[in-house]
Each structure stands twice: as C-alpha cells, then as structure tokens.
Design a protein around this ligand. Structure first.
Ligand SMILES: [Zn+2]
Length: 215
C-alpha cells in the first residue's frame, strides 16, 4: 500500500467522523449533553476483537449503554490486569447489571487454537483456548468437519470464560454484597447477526463448586 492509499484511508476516518458530529448535533434526545456528566451503562460486554462483532450494533444499544472489553477470542484470563480492571470498574463503579461474554462463529483465534501451527507471540494467548479444548477434547475430537469443530469450541469457550469470570473475586464479592448481577454466555452468528444465548447464566456463586466458590 502506497502513501496515497494510506492518506485516502485516513481521510475516510475523518470524513466518517464529520458525519457522526452532524448526527450528534441533530440528536434531540439530550443523550450526548448527558455524556459530559458521565456514563451509566447497564451492560458489560466482553467480546472478540474481530471487526465483524461490534458490541453496540449486535445488541441494538446506543452509545453510553454498553461498557466494552474486547480481546482475541473473548478470553477472561484470571491474571489479565486489563480485563480485571475493566471488570472491577464495571461492577464496582458503574454497577452494571449484566455481563455478556460473547463468542462468535468463525472465530479465527479459536480456529488457530485447534491447529498445531505456530503463529507468533499469540500462541501463548491461544494456549488459554487450548486449555478449554483439553477440557472438552472428547467432544471436539468426535466432530469431523473443521468448521463445525471450531464453532463448537467457540460455544464451549464462551461458557468456560463465563465460568472464569464468575470465579473472580470481583464478581463473587458483588454477589456476596447483594448486588444484582447476571453473567451470560452468548455466541454471535456472524452471517445472520443473531445473538444466541448459551443458557449458561450465573446470578450467584452457588454452582461454582467447592474449589472456586468463596465463602
Ligand atoms: Zn474471534
């Protein structure tokens, strides 16, 4: 890509912003004036960094309504300070009511984790997904179609990340303090746009087991 193409691409961003500024100016809900005072979203969305799964569009939510954290394959890793900081702020300051961990079919990160190829530094991140594969190897190995295999691991991975989130001290303490907080696992069908509930919602630490549930 030459200098000219780079400039054209960059200008598109600025032109897009001009349209947005115009939209904001013509908004009659008063929403954007409120933004100067702060935010009070009810949802924390933890999704994949993939460009095809934008949190607000997928959920039909407007700016100000979703607090968002995205990384490769929507992982909730217990020692990831970036994720923990977002979670802590969302739960303890913003007091969100719903946390959605959203995977998506056709996830490149999940597909990569099923291969034995090296991709670079990301291989170490993918090991967290390989851990999920290891837990469900019998089920995944029984599927012969590679796309189906990836998509099933996408579902299982989203469920496991919900579990990881629920076992954090942040989420468990919120429940202990009587805060209303539901953690949901979902998967997006990127072709139809459908958000599929994986029926793995937690609203307390009761089913986390004796190793993970704090007293
Ligand atoms: Zn993805």
């Amino acid at each position: 890509m030459g200098q000219k193409e780079l400039e054209i691409g960059y200008n598109k961003i600025l032109d897009g912003n001009k349209e947005w500024v115009e939209f904001v100016k013509n908004d009659s809900t008063g929403r954007f004036e409120q933004f100067a005072k702060g935010q009070s979203p009810e949802i924390l969305w933890i999704g994949c960094a993939d460009s095809r799964v934008p949190a607000n569009e997928v959920t039909g939510r407007k700016p100000g309504e979703v607090f968002v954290h995205r990384n490769i394959a929507n992982m909730c890793v217990h020692s990831d300070m970036s994720m923990l900081s977002v979670l802590d702020y969302a739960v303890n300051v913003l007091k969100v009511k719903h946390i959605i961990v959203a995977g998506h079919y056709g996830c490149g990160g999940v597909a990569a984790s099923l291969s034995q190829k090296q991709f670079g530094i990301i291989d170490n991140w993918l090991c967290h997904i390989k851990d999920v594969y290891r837990l469900h190897a019998a089920e995944i190995d029984a599927i012969s179609d590679s796309e189906e295999k990836t998509n099933r691991l996408v579902e299982l991975n989203a469920k496991e990340q919900v579990f990881n989130l629920c076992t954090t001290s942040i989420v468990q303490n919120a429940w202990k303090n009587g805060q209303d907080l539901a953690v949901h696992g979902m998967v997006i069908n990127i072709v139809t746009g459908e958000l599929i509930d994986l029926d793995t919602t937690f609203t307390s630490n009761e089913s986390l087991g004796k190793v993970f549930a704090f007293k």
